[in-house]
Ligand binder design. Sequence first.
Ligand SMILES: Cc1ncc(COP(=O)(O)O)c(C=O)c1O
Length: 401
Amino acid sequence: MDNVYAPGKNHLFVPGPVNIPDPVIRAMSRNNEDYRSPAVPALTKTLLEDVKKIFKTTTGTPFMIPTTGTGAWESALTNTLSPGDRTVSFLIGQFSLLWIDQQQRLKFNVDVVESDWGQGANLDILASKLAEDTAHTIKAVCIVHNETATGVTNNLAAVRKILDHYGHPALFLVDGVSSICALDFRMDEWGIDVALTGSQKALSLPTGMGIVCASPKALEASKTAKSVRVFFDWNDYLKFYKIGTYWPYTPSIQLLYGLRAALDLIFEEGLDNVIARHNRLGTATRLAVDAWGLKNCTQKEEWFSDTVTAVVVPPYLDSAEIVRRAWQRYNLSLGLGLNKVAGKVFRIGHLGNLNELQLLGCLAGVEMILKDVGYPVKLGSGVAAACAYLQNNIPMIPSRI
Ligand SMILES: Cc1ncc(COP(=O)(O)O)c(C=O)c1O
């Protein structure tokens, strides 16, 4: 029984977990199967080939692990680094903070580069650290591509450029949890050594699969990395890849069929079109926020995120009340402000299986809530600004022309 029933559809606008497309739900509605039968390895083989496309890699080796983004982090770190290794890691919001905490608990020597929440990674400091590090003590640069807590997207191409400028051999480890499949992401071109994502974000699947992709250099590093790892050991996967059965332990059959359907939908739309759609959703949201007279938590345009917008509320309002009201009165789920920005921002997630008219429903809901809590918003202002932009920019649906 759904004990929180409300009529109609819940407007799910948290930045993950996101809406699951109906064809994916149908594809997952099936019995368990013997994963040692020939069918599952055959399916797995196509998935391993096809997930490379969402990372934009031909040389990477993917691992589809029964875990979440947090486990994918651990897989990336423990397979490539040894305790005591120095990492440079950027602290810009709650998820980069959690990744840094994991690095510290795994006993790496973490060189934290902190910025105000709302700013991107400070790449000038990275450059000076790399310039000083002629002995190459820095073993990895760890960065969250899209900080989901603040709606900040970091410039990965710029990180690669800095590494190359100093000819620094550090591994480049990237959390793409709220970016891959939604934002421009180019593993090979940007020389990323480990990239990772979680199934419940832009892939629009249930939670439960972490996808980690390792470059040849990362695989080489895994041969000497001394961190203790058992469940996450890439070697166990590689052994089963070699013999063609693929799984060192039991995969979720339903998630595998779901992933097949999710990838088929993404390829049918076209990955570049998916990215362009996210840009429209992000732009429309930002226009609405401006029209409401509110501020984006993201402090500069170069860091604006097309997957999540953190909206700063005036000091006399509690953003948690906005999120609570959204759910209680309008059946709209918004993201809370986390940690340092708790009470100060609410987040609109605009990623995954979502279209523009759905977003307009969310924006209309936010306007009514703002009015409910005493913010002097002109009803329709944000929706009108978003519509004016979208009406000029939504392309025809290719399969319907
Ligand atoms: C950028 C980012 N990294 C990592 C995580 C952690 O992922 P999970 O909750 O799936 O463990 C999240 C979760 O929202 C995230 O947004």
